[in-house]
Design a protein around this ligand. Structure first.
Ligand SMILES: Nc1ncnc2c1ncn2[C@@H]1O[C@H](COP(=O)(O)OP(=O)(O)O)[C@@H](O)[C@H]1O
Ligand SMILES: [Mg+2]
Length: 306
């Protein structure tokens, strides 16, 4: 197959995306596919894509327009199949405030939160510490744990410098876990991973430096909690309309998994969480990348009613 790997881009997560894209491309090359690299930050992607006419685009972009439905919608217009979730699910999952509102309406636990509007008087319905977050970022960019009222206004101000939507979440002290889900109509769960970081805060450094975090597979939670994590992950995937693959992040406290984040384009370097979970059940990185392409094509055919 001719596969175009979209990587890089101009989001703050560019560097990670370049790493994911290279790893995916190498894997798909090993599987015998012809690979074309396209960096939307550098090339006129319309010209390139219409010239190459790929059988599928592997979207290896993290954050920004690559993950928020914009690139997905653009590929719909160009009539080119692509990997991962469609436009709508991508857009929903990129916005943590919208995601949380949908989760709450389905009684899926997520930390309590309030939306912040510029100039609002701050009244917190939950105690410190709290977490100040931009609604539309990833890789822990802009996220701050705040322990007192004195530090809150500056954290909010800094957050508004990188995003137009900001919210404050209650801090959950617990065990951080992640669950990969793969598939279209009948999604399947991958082994749940427990994430151990030296500080308990899974920040940019812990995510992307070697040894910055420890992946524990399977997670050291009891059977009942594990089943809850799995069913919440699968439910969330279905409710939000994800397809192809996605990775859910939760913090477990007193046996309750609180959903933090849904990644519709999880990191795909050889040491990333999603491929690590797949490896634990014997799916090689090469097979995983090819499977994600196949799922993209399957969704495309269904959508076109072929
Ligand atoms: N409510 C919270 N309570 C405790 N830790 C949190 C909370 N929200 C985020 N964190 C920490 O910050 C990290 C990044 O937050 P997350 O919501 O997943 O944003 P991102 O999309 O940037 O990954 C989490 O993996 C976790 O370590
Ligand atoms: Mg996250």
């Amino acid at each position: 197959m001719k596969i175009a790997v979209l990587y890089g881009g101009d989001s703050p997560e560019r560097e990670v995306s370049l790493r994911s894209g290279r790893a995916v491309a190498n894997a798909l090359k090993k599987k015998g596919h012809k690979i074309y690299f396209i960096d939307p930050a550098k090339k006129n992607i319309v010209k390139k894509l219409t010239k190459i006419k790929p059988d599928c685009v592997f979207i290896s972009l993290h954050g920004g327009q690559g993950e928020d439905g914009t690139v997905q919608g653009f590929l719909e217009i160009l009539d080119i199949p692509y990997t991962g979730s469609g436009m709508c699910a991508s857009a929903i999952c990129m916005n943590k405030i919208i995601t949380k509102k949908i989760l709450l309406s389905h009684k899926i636990p997520t930390p309590k939160f309030i939306e912040v509007r510029k100039g609002d008087r701050l009244e917190l319905p939950f105690p410190f510490p709290v977490v100040v977050k931009p609604a539309n970022m990833g890789s822990t960019i802009g996220i701050k744990i705040i322990r007192n009222m004195k530090d809150l206004p500056i954290a909010i101000k800094q957050c508004f410098e990188i995003d137009n939507e900001v919210f404050i979440e209650e801090y959950i002290k617990g065990t951080e876990v992640t669950a990969g889900v793969m598939g279209n109509e009948k999604p399947e769960i991958l082994p749940v991973i427990e994430i151990e970081t030296p500080s308990g805060f899974y920040d940019y450094e812990a995510k992307y430096t070697c040894g910055g975090s420890k992946h524990i597979i399977p997670a050291k939670v009891n059977k009942k909690t594990l089943e809850k994590i799995e069913s919440i992950a699968l439910n969330t995937y279905k409710i939000l309309g994800c397809s192809g693959f996605a990775r859910m992040e939760m913090i477990v406290k007193n046996g309750v998994p609180y959903m933090l984040d849904v990644n519709t384009i999880p990191g795909m370097t050889n040491t990333s969480l999603f491929p690590d979970a797949a490896k634990a059940i014997g799916i090689s990185f090469e097979d995983l990348c090819e499977k994600i392409v196949m799922l993209g094509l399957e969704r495309w055919r269904k959508q076109k009613r072929e």
